[in-house]
Write a protein that binds this ligand. Structure first.
Ligand code: KIV
Length: 290
């Protein structure tokens, strides 16, 4: 039967993430918004997120709020066409899971039909009904707590969350409620390391930290941040492993210089006529009707 045929490469699955959490093997997640980044990421990470961060990282928006379901669909399709081995997660953008159960299921279901294996959504207690409804429809959900960028206006900016007792305790409660509602993992963003560690040890599901210290079950960073591809001021929690922007800029400017000097293209980048045809071309004269 075709639906149980053996895949050529073992794809990362949700039960695998759970097993790794139990074995203490740290999970690595990054973003991808196109097929080039997806292929680079898939050579090494466990989870690829088509994040709504595409809005500020690639589309020139100030924050993630203008990102729509259609935009995520467009980028998700590009990533899904690469058939990644990594678990592919689609981000539910602002207003795609707030208006009602039916619309939430349609939006998330559309992501799964386009190749995602799961969706991620921001928020705690207020979103529990939507999480339950999705899980009931066999749509795996990754939760996201702490500095949730879609709440930028409520938070009054991109500020570390959970530094006050009531905030910290609410986050721990929310984490438990999301687990209980069926989330298979939680992203913990922009919270003190001690709080993330406490949440991680209290939960059975994996936590994936971003600006949440090393006590999580895994880590996520935006692809462009790891590779130094943006010029924006980088948050404290980012560690950059390449100065990608400068590297690519330098390569492109060397090519531009070669074009301007005539050094590009050379014989090795040019096509040649077959022997004998050169004479025919040389003896050709324009046939201008008078
Ligand atoms: O959209 C995104 O990139 C995210 C990650 C930073 C977790 O939500």
């Amino acid at each position: 039967m075709s639906h149980i045929s053996k895949p050529q490469v073992e794809r990362v699955t949700i039960p695998m993430l759970q097993r790794w959490r139990e074995e203490g093997r740290r999970i690595v997640m990054t973003t991808a918004y196109d097929s080039v980044a997806a292929r680079i990421a898939d050579s090494t990470v466990d989870v690829i997120l088509v994040g709504d961060s595409v809005g500020n990282v690639c589309l020139g928006f100030e924050n993630t709020l203008p990102v729509s379901v259609a935009m995520i669909n467009h980028h998700l399709e590009a990533v899904a066409r690469t058939k990644p081995r990594a678990l592919l997660v689609a981000d539910m953008p602002f207003l795609s899971f707030h208006l009602g159960v039916k619309e939430t299921i349609q939006n998330a279901g559309g992501f799964l039909q386009r190749g995602a294996a799961a969706v991620k959504l921001e928020g705690g207690a207020k979103r529990i009904d939507m999480v339950r409804a999705l899980v009931d429809c066999e749509i795996p959900v990754m939760g996201h707590l702490g500095l949730t960028p879609q709440s930028v206006n409520v938070m009054g900016g991109f500020k570390v969350q959970g530094r006050k007792a009531d905030e910290a305790l609410r986050l721990l409660d929310d984490a438990c409620r999301l687990q209980e509602a069926g989330c298979f993992a939680l992203v913990l963003e922009g919270i003190p390391a001690e709080l993330a560690a406490r949440a991680t040890e209290s939960l059975a599901i994996p936590t994936i930290g971003i600006g949440a210290g090393r006590g999580c079950s895994g880590q996520v960073l935006v692809f462009h941040d790891v590779l130094g591809l943006t010029q924006d001021q980088r948050p404290k929690f980012v560690r950059t492993y390449a100065e990608g922007f400068r590297l690519l800029q330098d390569a492109l400017s060397r090519w531009a210089a070669d074009v301007r000097s005539g050094a590009f293209p050379g014989p090795q980048e040019s096509y040649r006529l077959p022997d004998g045809l050169g004479d025919a071309i040389a003896s050709w004269t324009p046939n201008n009707p008078t």
